[in-house]
Design a protein around this ligand. Structure first.
Ligand SMILES: O=C([O-])C(=O)C[C@H](O)[C@@H](O)C(=O)[O-]
Ligand SMILES: [Mg+2]
Length: 429
């Protein structure tokens, strides 16, 4: 073993990043959302970077893993899983419920640990790639495309956060005209040609009207609607009937495999999910019952880039499509998503990304979309460079926070505007 590949140090930097007042069925995004930046430094003096969810639970699991890594080879990404099982211990909130903040599907101990590992795996791959002079996609077997397509991620939103004021110049979008205006700006600025609307915010008829307005403004272009499981089976089937021929797919109309299977049985509109299939354990039943036709993988949930490729192979074997989900993230995760997406042959849909909503990043150069695509980097590692001053500033914000924002809680953020708000039970409609 080349000692230059041995890990010398691991740095964890929790940060808070600005996030606009984007609405979803649980509430509204907080003005700042937590992320965790993982840096792995090798004895050869190379630093690799990864990014993952930064809520307190994730941070607690990341700390023992960071302490256990020095002395191990940066190339041993498969070893991360056994090591994490050994050292991480149980997560505080591993209670199988859908999480309270970020609509990430079930929370269980395995999934939390995998989400933490993903940040370390990406950092190791970045360091390994930089050491070998190879891009991350080459470490995954090589790219099968030079560009990865992303969709515009449309949200109902307010102009400003109730307590923190205005952080950007987008203004409010609370009706079909506002949604179409937002989509036009995304298309103009980034060239996106497919559009996803985050639903579950208003009664379904209002969201159907917004999708119809999008279809009129962007004829023939792919559209999706994602109410994050807020509808009953009956409502889901009614919306599917109204929007068949208009939507490319309907995303998580109802909650859980049982309900999704019943919706799927009653419509030809493909169903996608980033909520009912987020772990291997959920997959056999969902596939056997044909509950979903497209899995929106999130490399964080699934334990990194290699595991995402394994998921792609499983989906392929069952004739289930694969695309990518996104939660609020920065450019390190976007680079990781782009590398793995570049290596997956059957990627039949534009990937999601929140990135255009993020006014802050920790990179010296922001990613830029052209015609809705990102060019896959051939530079060593991820092909990104950390802006240490920005990282320090966003960490300072995390340090200065009294703990209120260190774990994402969209219902709590909503109570700033509506003190009586509680995250609605599902089905909401
Ligand atoms: O596709 C999804 O379900 C998501 O992206 C989940 C996110 O939490 C989204 O709903 C959000 O950021 O409000
Ligand atoms: Mg979704």
């Amino acid at each position: 073993m080349d000692t230059a590949l041995l890990i010398d140090d691991v740095r964890l930097t929790p940060i808070l990043i600005a996030d606009p007042p984007l609405l979803n069925t649980q509430g509204v995004h907080q003005p700042y959302t937590p992320r965790l930046v993982v840096e792995v430094v090798t004895r050869g003096g190379v630093t690799g970077v990864g990014e993952t969810y930064g809520d307190g639970t994730y941070l607690e699991l990341a700390e023992p893993l960071a302490r256990a890594l020095p002395g191990r080879p940066v190339s041993d990404v498969n070893g991360l899983f056994a090591l994490a099982e050994e050292v991480c211990g149980a997560a505080r909130t591993a209670d199988e419920r859908v999480d309270a903040g970020g609509l990430r599907g079930v929370q269980n101990a395995d999934k939390l640990r995998l989400s933490v590992i993903s940040g370390f795996e990406v950092a190791c791959l970045d360091a390994l790639g930089k050491t070998l002079g190879l891009p991350v996609h080459a470490l995954l077997g090589g790219k099968v495309r030079d560009r990865v397509e992303y969709s515009a991620y449309l949200f109902y939103r307010w102009a400003a956060h109730p307590a923190a004021g205005e952080l950007d110049d987008w203004g409010a979008a609370l009706d079909p005209a506002g949604v179409v205006a937002q989509a036009r700006r995304f298309a103009r600025d980034h060239g996106f040609t497919s559009f996803k609307l985050k639903g579950g915010v208003f009664p379904p008829d209002q969201e159907i009207a917004a999708v119809r307005a999008l279809a009129e403004a962007f004829p023939g272009q792919p559209l999706r609607l994602d109410p994050n499981g807020a509808w009953s089976v009956e409502t889901s089937l009614r919306v599917a009937e109204e929007l068949k021929g208009v939507l490319e797919y309907l995303e998580d109309p109802a909650s859980g495999t049982e309900a999704m299977a019943r919706v799927s049985a009653g419509t030809d509109l493909p169903l996608a999910t980033n909520m009912c299939v987020t772990t291997l354990a959920e997959l056999p039943e969902a596939f056997a019952r044909d509950a979903v036709q497209i899995v929106l993988s999130d490399h964080h949930y699934w334990g990194g880039l290699h595991r995402t490729r394994e998921l792609a192979a499983i989906c392929g074997a069952f004739g289930v499509g694969l695309s990518m989900h996104s939660n609020t993230h920065l450019g390190v995760s976007l680079a990781a998503m782009t590398h793995v997406a570049a290596t997956v042959p059957g990627l039949g849909h534009a990937c999601d990304s929140h990135y255009p909503w993020q006014t802050e990043d920790i990179l010296t150069t922001r990613h830029t979309f052209e015609d809705g695509h990102l060019t896959v980097s051939d530079a060593p590692g991820l092909g990104v460079e950390l802006d240490r001053d920005r990282l320090a500033a966003l960490h300072r914000r995390w340090l200065d926070d009294d703990g209120t924002l260190r774990s994402r809680d969209d219902a709590a953020a909503m109570r700033q505007a509506d003190p009586g708000w509680v995250a609605p039970a599902v089905p909401r409609w």
